[in-house]
Design a protein around this ligand. Structure first.
Ligand SMILES: *Cc1c(COP(=O)(O)O)cnc(C)c1O
Length: 393
């Protein structure tokens, strides 16, 4: 590597630091719990995606241990070689019954799922219509596919329709998050289904933040709106509400068969380790049965939202377990987050490019395993620090 290259990279890092955009790794203990430990301090965990508290659940841990003992620590190869250990069938069976769909496939992560699914189905002469606020893995999948990438304004279906109308492409894919990860609002899935049917497009929904949370058994937002037979591909993860790791896609048999044959991020990677599959099957069982966790989560979310709104915080339009406090500049967000951490709240700053310029925010997430008194304690601190920094008056 020559000196010039080295200097450029150092400069880039310095610039990130100056713009309050530099990211750092920090060691976290007890992250699966409602109270975690960061920088040697106990903090209320308002930062994880472990919405139902299942990542710390003993039944999932036991299932993992059992799976390791029976099948070893590694899958040894990709699923199409010899990595397709028996726990896959068990987990995919559980997934199929849960989602009530014809076919299902488990893959390694939400990121690799989105990158692989989109690039398997779409190519150079096709077009993908993507909500402007979709997750980065969707964006990367579209780029990798080489299809035309058309971003429609967030949740603006009139805009989407005007773009669909103009499109001469033979293959059209509409893709959206069900619950948007940084704003905590929902996509208009009914409207999207109408448009995809009207314009002969395919619709893919990413349920990373809704699987496990909506519907009587946590089937997801698509299912809770009874759209499971009208959405072509439902993708989701086991890494958030289900407290494990990995991702899935469900849909018609021929779509899933195609992915097994064409999806490069499925074919050319080692299968998930047995421990993960063991916990996935256990998590599906728990999620289906324990509806009270969902009720608790949404009671908490509603309560925290209402309180923050009354205090005058700018928290957007959502109604889910993800609650943004939009503060604007990177500096203001970093200061707010730093002060909250001093006060014992793990509240993480989210900055560009994860969110648009001047929309930096603290992203709060609630857990079913929080107590109401935890939230009251946090609300009082949020109010105090918010006033101190002029975020609210
Ligand atoms: C987290 C997330 C992913 C990625 O899932 P991982 O399993 O963490 O790789 C994909 N899409 C959305 C909307 C997400 O929030």
């Amino acid at each position: 590597m020559n000196q010039q290259w080295k200097n450029e990279i150092r400069q880039d890092l310095n610039q990130l630091k100056q713009m309050a955009l530099k990211r750092e790794l920090r060691e976290v203990h007890q992250a699966s719990q409602p109270w975690l430990n960061l920088k040697d301090r106990t903090m209320l965990n308002l930062a994880s995606n472990n919405y139902l508290g299942l990542a710390g659940d003993e039944r999932l841990q036991e299932a993992s241990i059992k799976a390791v003992k029976a099948h070893g620590s590694g899958a040894t190869a990709s699923r199409l070689i010899v990595g397709n250990h028996p726990l896959y069938e068990e987990a995919e069976e559980a997934l199929l019954t849960w989602k009530g769909v014809p076919a299902a496939l488990i893959m390694n992560s939400g990121y690799t799922a989105n990158v692989g699914i989109i690039s398997a189905f779409m190519g150079r002469n096709d077009v993908v219509f993507s909500d402007r606020w979709n997750h980065a893995s969707i964006v990367d999948g579209i780029i990798l596919s080489r299809a035309e990438h058309i971003r429609y304004r967030h949740n603006d279906l009139n805009h989407l329709e005007s773009l669909l109308k103009k499109s001469p492409h033979r293959r059209k894919l509409i893709v959206t998050d069900s619950v948007f990860s940084m704003d905590g609002d929902q996509a208009d899935l009914n409207g999207l289904v109408t448009l995809k049917e009207r314009y002969g497009a395919m619709l893919m929904v990413d349920e990373a933040h809704s699987s496990g949370l909506y519907g009587g058994q946590g089937e997801g937002l698509v299912h809770s709106l009874r759209l499971q037979n009208r959405v072509d591909l439902q993708m989701g993860t086991f890494s958030k509400a289900l407290g494990c790791f990995g991702a899935y896609v469900v849909g018609e048999e021929w779509l899933i068969q195609y992915l097994v044959n064409k999806m490069r991020s499925f074919i050319y990677t080692t299968a998930l380790p047995p421990a993960v599959l063991g916990s996935i099957t256990a998590a599906i069982q728990v999620v289906r049965l324990e509806h009270s966790r969902r009720v608790q989560l949404f009671e908490h979310s509603y309560y925290l939202r209402k309180q923050l709104e009354q205090l005058g915080f700018c928290i957007g339009e959502g109604n889910t377990q993800i609650i943004p406090i939009i503060t604007g500049t990177n500096e203001a967000t970093m200061k707010f987050s730093g002060r909250l951490q001093e006060e014992g709240i793990a509240a993480i700053a989210v900055r560009p490019p994860t969110v648009p310029e001047n929309q930096s925010r603290i992203r709060l997430t609630v857990m079913a395993t929080h107590q109401r008194k935890d939230l009251d304690w946090a609300i009082e601190k949020l109010a105090r620090v918010g006033r101190e920094l002029g975020v609210i008056s």
